[in-house]
Ligand binder design. Structure first.
Ligand SMILES: Cc1ncc(COP(=O)(O)O)c(C=O)c1O
Length: 477
């Protein structure tokens, strides 16, 4: 059976500069359920919080339907305020790679606090040195590293550093990529095709902000092109003096859109040819797809790389690392060339201890964590493909290790235009909504990545597959 392509989720997506929508994941309501009836305690907490917090949430990307307030997470499971338990595949947008409140990481945090560690704000600490050494030792692309609190801070600094080093201003970003909330990159995520127009190659797309307040002059410095499109990168480089290209090595804010063979190598070649800094945003791919991130898997060395999320299994820390000759611009002897990197909370002892423990855990038993999630990921993929086959509808499963996405189309997408044209967003959204009602939490926004953790079990995967089979059979009837 072929399902109808409704592109429902695109209707509410960030549509244009005027008025710009602040929500990168804005989408149509996931389910028709009256949330206050289904989740009364959650509704009460939301209603209280809305009185004091705009919209009631502290990150607009968390504003989804149904509105559920979670109160506990352990391993692969989360619980809501109304007593419902869920198998969690959202993992808070993917940091919980070991599972919620992993005991090894929790012990390290309790231990560091027990020893009286605090934030001193003067000089260095042994902890940050330990973490830096671990990262430099295990990631070939990182010779030297700095720490920040969030992925957005790290991508901001990477771009600033690239501009300082190259003395150029223009940057290239990916249509359909997400690299944080700051002015350079708050643009062109799930842009409706009637706003950016059909695929152009070679060429570039207009900068379409996903936030108000980004100066128009600044927007002119940013050039969105499609993923997997080397000709357009070349086109931009010939037109503008390009400081950097920033990309996720797999577009994991649109599910799992993988680089085609030769694409990342091609970026490396173009960077060398045109003199721009190649920045891999490994905030989602880093540590989840291997200790050295996706760059190692692809065999392509970026100039700079950014990590976050799985680095500390849910604690707030990010890293920016790369070639020492570039990183040294943070302490350039000439003040006019020195790049300002500062932050009151950088390498706070709690997330720093969590990151050290996470990396130690990932290295234990010869990569047991990676073997386990690969096994479960494969089981999930095979199970989903069986269901797709049995029910004979149009869908494919894209997966990298523990991260996967079901696309309701006949092939894995190669870029945003492909996805926006072919994927059945309505069916995707409907499935996610109905699974929540069964106790499986896929984030209720079409095309969002699902994440398996080390804490998931074979039984979790089997339960989820059975629920998907039941829900899809019902929906496709
Ligand atoms: C690939 C990527 N880069 C950067 C960011 C921004 O990280 P943060 O939310 O920690 O600022 C995100 C967040 O989802 C991301 O997925």
């Amino acid at each position: 059976m072929t399902t109808q392509n409704s592109n429902k989720a695109l209707d509410g997506q960030v549509a244009s500069a005027s008025p710009p929508a602040p929500d990168k994941f804005r989408h149509a309501a996931a389910v028709d359920t009256d949330a206050s009836a289904a989740y009364p305690q959650s509704a009460e907490i939301f209603s209280h919080n809305r009185r004091f917090i705009p919209g009631g949430v502290v990150s607009v990307n968390r504003a989804v339907q149904p509105e559920i307030v979670f109160i506990k997470g352990q391993g692969a499971h989360i619980w809501d305020a109304d007593g419902n338990q869920y198998i969690d595949y959202h993992a808070a947008f993917a940091p919980h790679f070991l599972g919620h409140n992993d005991p090894y990481v929790t012990d390290a945090v309790i231990s560091v606090l027990g020893k009286g560690a605090s934030l001193y704000g003067s000089g260095t600490t042994e902890l940050e040195g330990q973490l830096a050494e671990l990262i430099c030792r295990h990631i070939p692309a990182v010779e030297s590293v700095q720490f920040l609190n969030t992925g957005s801070e790290a991508t901001y600094q990477a771009i600033r550093l690239a501009r300082a080093v190259t003395q150029r201003d223009h940057i290239i970003v990916m249509q359909g990529g997400y690299n944080g909330w700051h002015d350079d990159v708050s643009c062109n995520l799930m842009t409706p095709l009637d706003v950016i127009g059909p695929r152009v190659s070679p060429g570039e797309y207009p900068y379409i902000p996903i936030s108000a307040g980004i100066p128009r002059e600044h927007q002119k410095l940013v050039h969105p092109v499609n993923f997997n499109d080397l000709r357009s990168v070349e086109y931009v480089c010939q037109k503008y003096s390009t400081a950097a290209l920033i990309t996720e090595p797999i577009l994991q804010n649109l599910g799992i859109i993988k680089p085609e063979v030769g694409y990342l190598d091609g970026l490396r070649r173009l960077a060398d040819q045109h003199g721009f800094i190649l920045i891999f945003d490994e905030v989602k791919t880093g540590f989840r797809h291997g200790i050295a991130g996706y760059a190692k898997i692809a065999g392509v060395m970026p100039d700079l790389a950014v990590y976050g999320k799985a680095l500390a299994n849910g604690y707030p820390i990010a890293a920016l690392g790369g070639k020492k000759e570039l990183m040294d611009w943070f302490v350039h002897p000439e003040p006019s060339k020195r790049v300002l990197l500062a932050g009151t909370y950088n390498a706070h002892p709690v997330p720093t201890a969590a990151a050290i423990a996470t990396i130690e855990r990932l290295l234990m038993n010869d990569g047991e964590v990676y073997r386990h999630v690969e096994f479960l990921g494969q089981k999930m993929q095979e199970g989903l493909e069986r269901i797709i086959n049995n029910l004979s509808f149009e869908a494919v499963v894209a997966r990298q290790g523990s991260a996967f996405c079901i696309y309701f189309m006949d092939h894995c997408p190669k870029d945003w235009h492909d996805l926006a044209t072919c994927h059945d967003f309505g069916l995707d959204q409907q499935l996610r909504g109905s699974l929540i009602g069964c106790g499986t939490y896929f984030f209720p926004a079409a095309t969002k990545q699902c994440s398996i953790s080390f804490a998931h079990t074979e039984e979790d995967i089997e339960v989820t597959l059975e629920q998907i089979q039941n829900q899809l059979s019902e929906m496709l009837r």
